[in-house]
Design a protein around this ligand. Structure first.
Ligand code: NAD
Ligand code: TDX
Length: 350
């Protein structure tokens, strides 16, 4: 029986991954180690908390004593490592936490795995991002062979953690796999990120902040497709390999915002003040070091592991909007005082 340690499972992608994993019949135990930062929320896990195969452990991945104790007492043989500080804008406001959790936290987990697992045993799946590759011009795609060129404190911290994971494979033979994924969207995403932020603001008739000229491009992937890709990696990925995961779905930010506005006009009551949601768009000061374009070549994971995205953007964005419309309790819980403080620091006077 596999004994899996998931880190950051109370966050956006981690909770979607746990839902999928626990929907399966497999014989395993899964432990979710999460510090419950502003981005972690146990409401994301209500549907799995009674599953006897699942246990939540509140704690910090940087806590070496705790991490070692979990590896020992639970005989962990698999790590799926999501825990991170994940928001680029917050990393620009204050990089310290990013270095701590993303670099030191990853090191702490790798080190525990190295100490505890005999050579040739264990599996360590390190979840990372396409942002480590930097910014693309108008053409080209990021492949697994693209050189790293991170531009924000967030992406630099993720790049550092990827390099550590890779070094543990080469130096110690730790059975590591790294995945680099494009922008995710879908249920349970914290509303600091573009898509849920625009949905929440557009619902309440607030300004919709678009950075710069709105022509930056991201490759959007529905979060369940990312979770499915990670399950394939867990089942059949090759140790020492990197897999790029992407949606083959490039869109300008402005196009994404327009799509959300039009769908909300169609799916909900009109705004009290009249007009349509596109009228709420405000171009604001650009993000410093804003990467212009990301796009993933996902040929390797398609050919080697048989994974392809299955939800197209038209369907995925509609599901996402409907999910936020249905989640009053969740929304109230996350749009709390700390979010409002963050929002005013980030957006007022911009
Ligand atoms: P998130 O911010 O929604 O969730 C992060 C989770 O980690 C939260 O539950 C938080 O409580 C937990 N956490 C943070 N610091 C911790 C610590 N020190 N110890 C224990 N738990 C801690 O992030 P997400 O969007 O779900 O991203 C998950 C992973 O996927 C990250 O590693 C991120 O870099 C990567 N990723 C995200 C995207 C995306 O579009 N969101 C794309 C590619 C890769
Ligand atoms: O208010 C906004 N206005 C705006 O124009 C916000 C929050 C964002 N943007 C722009 C910036 C980006 O070009 O939208 C794009 C997407 O922004 P984010 O949602 O902050 O995502 P991004 O910076 O692309 O990073 C995301 O994808 C890769 C995740 O946050 C990372 O965790 C992941 O690694």
């Amino acid at each position: 029986m596999k004994r899996i340690l998931v880190t950051g499972g109370a966050g956006f992608i981690g909770s979607n991954f746990l839902h999928l994993l626990l929907q399966g019949e497999g014989d395993f135990q899964v432990f979710n180690l999460d510090r419950l930062t502003y981005a972690g929320n146990l409401l994301n896990l209500c549907s799995v908390e009674d599953d006897p195969r699942y246990r939540f452990i509140e704690g910090d991945i940087c806590d070496q004593k705790l991490v070692t104790e979990i590896f020992q007492s639970q005989e962990i043989d698999t790590v799926v490592h999501f825990a991170a500080e994940s928001h680029v804008d917050r990393s620009i406001m204050g990089p310290g936490e990013f270095i701590q959790t993303n670099v030191v936290g990853t090191f702490t987990l790798l080190e525990a795995a190295r100490q505890m697992w005999p050579e040739g045993k264990g599996r360590f799946i390190h979840i990372s991002t396409d942002e480590v590759y930097g910014s693309l011009g108008e053409i080209g795609l990021f492949s697994e062979a693209t050189a790293y060129d991170p531009r924000s404190p967030y992406s630099a911290s993720k790049a550092s953690s990827d390099h550590l994971a890779s070094a543990y494979f080469h130096t110690y033979g730790l059975q590591v796999i790294i995945t680099n994924c494009s922008n995710n969207y879908g249920p349970y995403q914290f509303p600091e990120k573009l898509i849920p932020l625009i949905i929440q603001n557009a619902l309440s008739g607030k300004a919709l902040p678009v950075y710069g000229d709105g022509m930056n491009i991201r490759d959007w992937l529905y979060v369940e497709d990312h979770a499915k890709a990670l399950l394939r990696v867990l089942e059949a990925g090759e140790f020492g390999e990197t897999y790029n995961i992407g949606g083959n779905n490039e869109r300008t930010n402005l196009d994404v915002v327009h799509t959300i506005c039009d769908l909300l006009d169609e799916m909900t009551e009109p705004l009290e003040a009249g007009g349509n949601r596109r009228d709420l768009i405000q171009f604001v000061k650009d993000r410093p070091g804003h990467d212009r374009r990301y796009a993933i070549d996902a040929t390797k994971i398609k050919n080697e592991l048989g994974w392809d995205p299955s939800v197209d953007f038209a369907q995925g964005i509609r599901n996402t909007i409907q999910w936020y419309l249905d989640q009053d309790e969740w929304t109230k819980a996350v749009l709390d005082g700390s979010y409002r403080d963050y929002y005013s620091k980030m957006y007022e006077g911009r």
